[in-house]
Design a protein around this ligand. Structure first.
Ligand SMILES: [Fe+2]
Ligand SMILES: [Fe+2]
Length: 189
């Protein structure tokens, strides 16, 4: 009885191809993404994550007011997680042959989210919620773009998105806790 081949690619051909173009590292001939475009997209994600690290760190230091300690801790936790996202994205850029752009010059214009400090605790929480919502929508779009063309980048972005949705939810809950309602019509200092 003929045994069905479990894989489509002949193993000898696979071995030969792996040996060819070893200078391309993890990028094998079946990579269906556009390497140049993927690097460009990830540079923008990297900038977004750096801006998030900066904003949450600034907020964790500057937050004052009643019950600011628990909020500070939340900002601090988020800053750490944003830093992990930043690192993962930078590693992926390197893996596919790019040089992660950490240049502070032009950082804000490369990022999708904005750096808005917020004048008081409530404004800080609101600005973080806005930034998280921008990241969520932006990353969801990228996940759809990467699809099966680059599953590794897609899976990384999916895991970051999961975390950003938690962040958005945390910020929303803080707003509710501090104001008793999800959104303020106008905040007072
Ligand atoms: Fe992030
Ligand atoms: Fe986040």
């Amino acid at each position: 009885m003929k045994v069905e081949k479990p894989f489509l690619t002949d193993v000898e051909a696979l071995r030969t191809r792996a040996r060819d173009s070893i200078q391309k590292g993890a990028i094998t001939p079946d990579y269906q993404g556009d390497v140049k475009q993927t690097i460009e997209i990830l540079q923008a994600v990297l900038a977004t994550e750096i801006v998030c690290v900066l904003r949450y760190t600034m907020n964790a230091v500057a937050a004052t007011g009643i019950s600011s300690d628990s909020v500070k801790k939340e900002f601090d936790d988020h800053a750490k997680e944003e830093q992990a996202h930043m690192r993962a994205v930078a590693e992926r850029i390197n893996q596919i042959g790019g040089v992660p752009n950490f240049n502070p010059q032009g950082l804000a214009s490369r990022a999708a989210s904005q750096y808005v400090e917020g004048e008081n605790l409530i404004e800080m929480i609101k600005e973080n919620l806005v930034a998280e919502r921008i990241a969520c929508e932006h990353y969801r779009e990228l996940i759809r773009y990467f699809a099966d063309k680059d599953p590794t980048t897609r899976v990384m972005m999916e895991s970051i998105l999961t975390n950003e949705e938690e962040h958005a939810n945390d910020m929303h809950d803080l707003l509710v806790a501090h104001e008793g309602k999800p959104m303020l019509s106008k905040s007072s200092a």
